[in-house]
Design a protein around this ligand. Structure first.
Ligand SMILES: C[S@@+](CC[C@H](N)C(=O)[O-])C[C@H]1O[C@@H](n2cnc3c(N)ncnc32)[C@H](O)[C@@H]1O
Length: 449
């Protein structure tokens, strides 16, 4: 077996800050905050981080863009601060979550509370009394292991019956979100952080669970937060656009030079599989009915997935003047662990090349969307593939410069990040060298005047 490559020496291309300029961008703190706490999202980032940038960069109301909106952290914070917002999100479940959050101030917390009480009553009337639910397990949703035990499934389907009968579409969507955001808890799967069976993670299966409590508690939290939003008069006047499409399609949705500030975090080069990890949500919410529906999303995803490119002969960098060091790293990667076939270096080199090709497209479309003199903040993590440390932030910064954006700075708010486990489990790398630490950066860009 070949040894992992040493970290390539990179020339000091730009100033990299070694002290924190911004708060930690990771999502953990959102778990307790109104609205942000509704839907957990593996790579969401913190609302404090977004707020600080908004305060520093936009003294007047403007238009804020998030090209990879996830569950809407940037968009919610920007709307709360009175800005117009536009977000792109390819995953229909995440896009739904963003849309519900951004329109939540139009809902009545009283209605959500009353319907939650009705749901509790319906459940306690039906579950002990041999009720046979009419709703069905989604056709097409196949799992290696039984997803819900029969007892849990009956409870889940009973709740679906109630949700189906709700007349108010917006309220119904909130109930669907409350179900979707909790649905893994009572299944035989868990996030580790990728979705896998509980048994593979050493946890016991779930035979029975008080499903009503977790869903009703979620709804009660949502009702409380809607009240909180009402007190803040969440920029009712601001325009909110959530586009459930790829950002690479942005020219069909937004005008050139229409954005005052972009704050975003695209998928990292760690092969975290947003689509597979939300398969239950996509099927149960009716966004997917058969495998081709999720395949399509995989191919549209920023950076592709290793699984979609690993068996191809050679995916090369296909944009003008790629960073020389990146070209070298990809060539080196190709030569590693050839004996492992599609699991070896060539597959990972293909994945890295596909990822940076999308970085180029991203930078081009960012340049298209931004007004002159306006800024973009892009949170990115570095990566370790087959033992090779790939400084994604620096390469992205160089690529952005090449498309005509100014690379203002690369801020490093913290030096280690959660995600080590993703790198080690999903990406199946040769054990990373100790010197190769994972970090997260904020790449600050500006469109020239
Ligand atoms: C790191 S997450 C963003 C999380 C977000 N900052 C938050 O706080 O929720 C990256 C997101 O990009 C989305 N995505 C991937 N490819 C995309 C594309 N081509 N266009 C738009 N969104 C995409 C993924 O579905 C994922 O939700």
């Amino acid at each position: 077996m070949q040894l992992p490559l040493p970290l390539l020496e990179l020339p000091e291309m730009l100033k990299v800050e070694d002290k924190a300029t911004f708060s930690d961008p990771s999502f953990a703190s959102n778990k307790l905050l109104p609205v942000h706490r509704w839907v957990p999202w593996i790579a969401g980032f913190s609302s404090n981080f977004v707020r600080e940038i908004l305060e520093q960069k936009l003294s007047e109301p403007g238009t804020v863009l998030d090209p990879f909106a996830g569950v809407g952290t940037t968009l919610v914070e920007a709307a709360l601060a009175g800005h117009d917002v536009v977000g792109f999100e390819i995953n229909p479940y995440a896009a739904l979550a963003s849309r519900i959050k951004l329109n939540a101030h139009k809902l009545s917390s009283k209605t959500i509370t009353e319907e939650t009480v009705r749901l509790r009553k319906f459940y306690s009337r039906t579950i002990p009394n041999g009720y046979s639910p009419k709703s069905e397990f989604p056709i097409g949703f196949k799992t290696r292991k039984i997803f819900y035990s029969p007892t849990v499934l009956r409870k889940v389907l009973t709740i679906q019956d109630f949700i189906e009968k709700l007349n108010n579409r917006q309220v119904q969507e909130v109930f669907k979100l409350a179900f979707a955001s909790t649905m893994i808890h009572y299944s035989n799967y868990s996030y580790e952080p990728s979705l896998g069976t509980r048994s593979a993670a050493g946890k016991s299966d779930i035979e029975d669970f008080p499903v009503i409590n977790i869903i009703a508690e979620k709804l009660e939290t949502i009702a409380l937060d809607i009240g909180w939003l009402g007190e803040r008069a969440m920029a009712v006047s601001s325009k909110c656009q959530i586009i459930n499409a790829s950002f690479f399609d942005c020219q069909n949705h937004i005008e050139a030079a229409s954005v005052d500030l972009a704050i975003t975090s695209p998928p990292y080069l760690n092969n975290y599989h947003y689509i597979r990890n939300t398969r239950p949500h996509l099927y149960w919410l009716g966004f997917a009915k058969e495998p081709k529906d999720t395949k399509y999303l995989e191919h549209q995803n920023f950076g592709k997935y290793w699984q979609t490119v690993r068996a191809l002969d050679n995916v090369n960098l296909d944009f003008p003047n790629p960073p020389v060091e990146l070209v070298e790293q990809i060539s080196c990667l190709r030569t590693l662990n050839i004996e492992r076939g599609i699991y070896g270096g060539n597959g990972w080199a293909n994945y890295a090349a596909a990822y940076f090709n999308d970085c180029y497209k991203f930078a081009k479309y960012l340049e298209y969307a931004l007004k002159k003199n306006s800024s973009a903040f892009v949170v990115l993590g570095n990566s370790i593939l087959q033992g090779v440390m790939i400084p994604t932030d620096r390469y992205f910064g160089q690529i952005a410069k090449a498309v005509g954006l100014e690379l203002v700075n690369i801020h490093i708010p913290r030096s280690a990040r959660v995600g080590n486990s993703i790198i080690k489990s999903d990406v199946r790398v040769v054990k990373a060298q100790k010197s190769h630490c994972l970090y997260e950066s904020v790449v600050e860009l500006k469109k020239h005047a």
